[in-house]
Design a protein. Sequence first.
Length: 321
Amino acid sequence: MPTRFFLIILTTAAALLAAGGLHAQEYPLKPVRIVAGDAGGGSDITARLIAQGVAGSLGQQLIVENRGGNIANTVMPVARAPADGYTIVIYGGTFWIAPLLEKLPYDPVRDFAPITMATSSPSVVVVHPSLPVKSVKELIALAKARRGELNYASGPVGSSNHLSAELFKSMAGVNIVRIPYKGTGSALIDLIGGQVQIMFANAVSVGAHIKSGKLRALAVTGAQPSAVFPGLPTVAESGLAGYESASTQGMFAPVATPSSVINRLNQEIVRALNRTDIKDSLLRSGVDVVANSPEQFAARIKSEMTRLGKLIRDGGIREEQ
């Protein structure tokens, strides 16, 4: 009798384990919805390339849904969605930086599970050719010699080019005056025209102007040299050790999504991002592929929120009303 009872327990346990394994293997059983920002924007382009690259190996389609407007309008439907891996979101770094500037209805750590940091796009430190500097080291020296006389063009508060410049000022110990603009287009026009002197600009937006000589590039702001601007040094290696700033795009699921589902999504998305054709397409749009693990992405978010949170507090930076 004890032996028979033991066999029944063993058989039941084996059946349960098999069912659990089958359940994990079954995901996904239907299309996965990936929420992105405005159609034609950076996150939309990346999402559609990933959707094309993942569909075959995942066994289901990734359907891109565009939700424009503010951050909350894009991410909150995902926070409220069932935590089953069928609704995910891609968004830029402002997703976890914006809550440091203003009160928002979500917490990037409490409400979301990181899948992968998909891409990174460093800014380029560019100056008007009339500014007598050809390196970051020379720019820092000039800014210290002419304290408060130099200026930089900036997008809205909390934008990548704004925080990149403020981080540079803080780490270099220089006073460069911010000239705010509503958009990068008007900022670039004034930079090219010489009305402003410096900008931490999006790589794609300034590439042609650098080639034509209308602007001078000093360095890229990422931790590593960028394939977008081969041969251009980083800020860190050309005069400001430890400096790093870049626009990023990351993918998230609702926080309670099972780790097995997160890992499956990560595996498929990373594989797609590392495809040569997808890498090349993203490079042409001005971004480098990152494609890291959920753990590495979570650590990056924590590090950035700590570092930029201090910068924002110490600098008294607040969202413009």
